[in-house]
Design a binder for this molecule. Structure first.
Ligand code: ZN
Ligand code: ZN
Length: 435
């Protein structure tokens, strides 16, 4: 068995690993880069009009035979770890005949992103895998393991063939709402694999243990209790762990949680996979507002029915303004126009609940500037979606790999100071033969 990291040995984002035997070839993830070569923010809109071969030439798409067309034998399967753009964002360039293996909820999230964002990633030939159930692609066996991550339905993979093994950590942590899955993993991990491809998002950033989602929930409670004013929260609509933390904090402080139709739809669709709150009779303190731009997009694209789905749970801008002290509302930059139409919320709290790096985004700055003018107090409550050093060490101790390969990191040279296992620092495109 051989493998090659097409992208990910020296950066976070754009993950793509190829694994092959003499008869079978598979890919693990096919992500959109997050950064350019000089580490400035990657902007895909600049490349959108280019052809596949132009994108390969510019290094946006990895040069992989049999992935984009049938001039070579098609690759035997692409496996997606979770629904974050940096792991699936280039899938639409892949030849329609290629088989895609992913979690069912992951596919659902990708489809919802097609509805609510400019993304157009429609994948055919889809096969759903299940946690801990090994499946075969040719002579390669893949076992998915449930991962605790800020994306819903995330996995790590054990890949085995020709008597050799590799473990791909994907993105993971141990301080989220799936902490139990990680604990279970520590006791049931495959051991002595030849190579562990270990994500190191936080290596080189911070080494102390991260706050748990429960602690984050308590932080929200503290702010909600503090004053009688509206609490607006800017978080990712897809960070289900975080939304659950916010919902629970609302229950504890008798607040009404207002989500928009986009988040409402995500919660509703994903509630078939896990016990999470969604707009329904069962969760009375969860209300839905209909933002101007999102509603217009849905109407223009023929998806008006989604608006009707949540009519029963609607809260108007007037109702929000009239009981501002009872409201916790999820917002994002595109909702500024709606906030302009809500009276009586000046001097409220804006809680920023995402990675600090996104504060530099122009949309975020605009929203914060606008709310500052309305005398909002800005707070930050957040914990990482990725493993802290202690958790990375726990995974290594559980798996006892023969070698570690850094991936999904800006700091591969720092691994050797953390782990006693041999670190194999490789470059993008380098073939490693497992023997
Ligand atoms: Zn991720
Ligand atoms: Zn990632």
């Amino acid at each position: 068995m051989k493998f090659k990291i097409h992208r990910g040995t020296k950066e976070i984002g754009g993950s793509c690993v190829e694994v092959w035997t003499s008869t079978t070839r598979i890919l693990l993830d096919f992500g959109m880069p997050l950064v350019n070569k000089d580490r400035s923010e990657f902007d895909f809109s600049k490349f959108k009009s280019l052809t596949t071969s132009e994108l390969i030439e510019r290094g946006v798409l990895p040069d992989i035979k049999g992935l984009y067309d049938e001039t070579d034998k098609l690759i035997d399967g692409v496996i997606i770890s979770h629904a974050h753009q940096d792991h699936y964002g280039l899938l639409h360039y892949i030849h329609k005949g290629v088989k895609h293996y992913l979690g069912e909820a992951t596919h659902k999230i990708i489809e919802l992103n097609n509805l609510f964002t400019p993304q157009e990633i429609y994948i055919e030939n889809v096969l759903y895998f299940e946690k801990e159930k090994a499946f075969l692609i040719g002579d390669i066996s893949i076992t998915p393991y449930c991962a605790d991550h800020s994306a819903f339905d995330a996995y790590s993979f054990l890949v085995e063939a020709e008597g050799k093994s590799l473990f791909y950590s994907g993105d993971f942590r141990s301080h989220g709402r799936k902490a139990k899955a990680f604990k279970w993993f520590l006791h049931n991990a495959p051991q002595h694999v030849n190579y562990l491809l270990l994500e190191g998002t936080t290596i080189g950033r911070e080494s102390k243990p991260f706050k748990t989602e429960e602690e984050i929930e308590n932080d929200f409670v503290e702010i909600f209790q503090e004053q009688n004013k509206i609490n607006l929260i800017y978080t990712s609509g897809q960070n289900i762990d975080r939304i659950v933390s916010i919902f629970r904090a609302c229950k504890r402080t008798n607040k009404i949680l207002v989500v928009d139709v986009y988040v409402a739809k995500i919660l509703k669709e994903l509630s078939t996979f896990a016990k999470i709150p969604y707009p329904s009779k069962e969760f009375e303190n969860l209300k839905v507002m209909f933002p101007y731009y999102t509603s217009r997009r849905l109407k223009n694209e023929g998806n008006k029915t989604i608006l009707y789905e949540f009519k029963q749970y609607k809260i108007t801008k007037e109702e929000i303004g009239n009981q501002a002290d009872k409201i916790v509302m999820l917002v994002r930059p595109s909702m500024q126009k709606d906030l302009e139409n809500i009276k009586g919320i000046d001097g409220g709290n804006l809680i920023y609940s995402m990675w600090e790096g996104y504060l530099q985004k122009s949309g975020t700055m605009k929203l914060l500037d606008y709310l500052t003018i309305r005398n909002f107090n800005i707070h930050k409550i957040h914990t990482s979606g990725h493993a802290d050093t202690q958790t990375l060490k726990q995974m290594v101790e559980a798996i006892k790999p023969k070698n570690i390969v850094p991936i999904h990191t800006f700091s591969k040279s720092e691994y050797s100071g953390i782990f006693s296992t041999p670190i194999v620092e490789i470059n993008d495109g380098e073939t490693i033969s497992i023997d």
